[in-house]
Design a protein around this ligand. Structure first.
Ligand code: ADP
Ligand code: MG
Length: 232
């Protein structure tokens, strides 16, 4: 079992490049998306009908990547406030339910109690989504799961969110590369998700820890400051 707390600031060149190309790429994507949607609606062609949703999905994925890039290039765009964790976690899980079903992975939420943290709502949600998505993608057979849970630390000053999967896990080497730009072991991966997640959590004064065992699974542990109002 390996254990590493990751944050590496190798981002400045990536984010500068991001800002300059992201807008340029978005415009043609929007145009193409519009045309595909238009064709899908009117066509009698079975193949086009069948594949149009996939094309749209991939275009949306491209857009997501660009959105993520843009997020990196604006690290100061944080609105720290009190966040109800239940809502963020349930929203994130709901958003990924279709993807989980599609990949034959069960998503569980064990979120007993109410926890409030200090953070940026959009960025926290993005981080959680990135981590759950990696969990789903790490699990291959039909008995795979991703479990999301949360709890307070004993002194109630912090809240720990755990995202656990029983997927393929990571070797020590993979774990050490996790979070570096473009590190991916997936054929369709971007190798940007973890980098962004780590960055966003760090910007919220939180920490993120990956505990992974090859062929057994991974636990991702995100720790954030509890908001004062949330201490009951
Ligand atoms: P991507 O998902 O596009 O590959 P990420 O930055 O999200 O990029 O992840 C980088 C790599 O880290 C993945 O390709 C995978 O090898 C590894 N990884 C991340 N999360 C997990 C996990 N829960 N289980 C196993 N491997 C993981
Ligand atoms: Mg990922």
């Amino acid at each position: 079992q390996f254990n590493e707390t990751v944050y590496s600031d190798k981002l400045s060149t990536v984010s500068q490049m991001a800002a300059s190309i992201a807008h340029e790429i978005r415009n043609p994507i929007t145009t193409v998306r519009g045309f595909i949607q238009f064709l899908e609606k009117d066509t009698m062609d079975d193949k086009l009908k069948q594949y149009a949703p996939l094309i749209l999905q991939e275009l949306d994925r491209t857009n997501m990547i660009i959105t993520n890039y843009l997020r990196l290039s604006k690290p100061n765009d944080f609105k720290m406030k009190e966040i109800n964790l239940n809502k963020i976690l349930v929203d994130s899980i709901d958003l990924l339910k279709p993807y989980g079903t599609y990949q034959n992975v069960s998503l569980f939420y064990n979120g007993s109690g109410t926890h409030y943290v200090l953070g940026d709502e959009d960025h926290l949600k993005q981080s959680i989504i990135n981590v759950i998505k990696n969990g789903i993608e790490a699990v291959s057979d039909g008995s795979g799961y991703v479990k999301v849970s949360k709890r307070s630390t004993e002194d109630k000053r912090k809240v720990i969110i755990e995202i656990e999967d029983n997927g393929k896990g990571m070797t020590r080497d993979e774990l050490s590369k996790l979070g570096l730009p473009y590190f991916t072991t997936k054929s369709k991966g971007t190798g940007l998700g973890s980098m962004i997640t780590n960055r966003l959590i760090f910007e919220m004064d939180g920490s993120i820890e990956y505990v992974s065992t090859p062929n057994k699974g991974t636990i991702v542990r995100i720790t954030l400051a509890s908001s004062v109002l949330g201490i009951h």
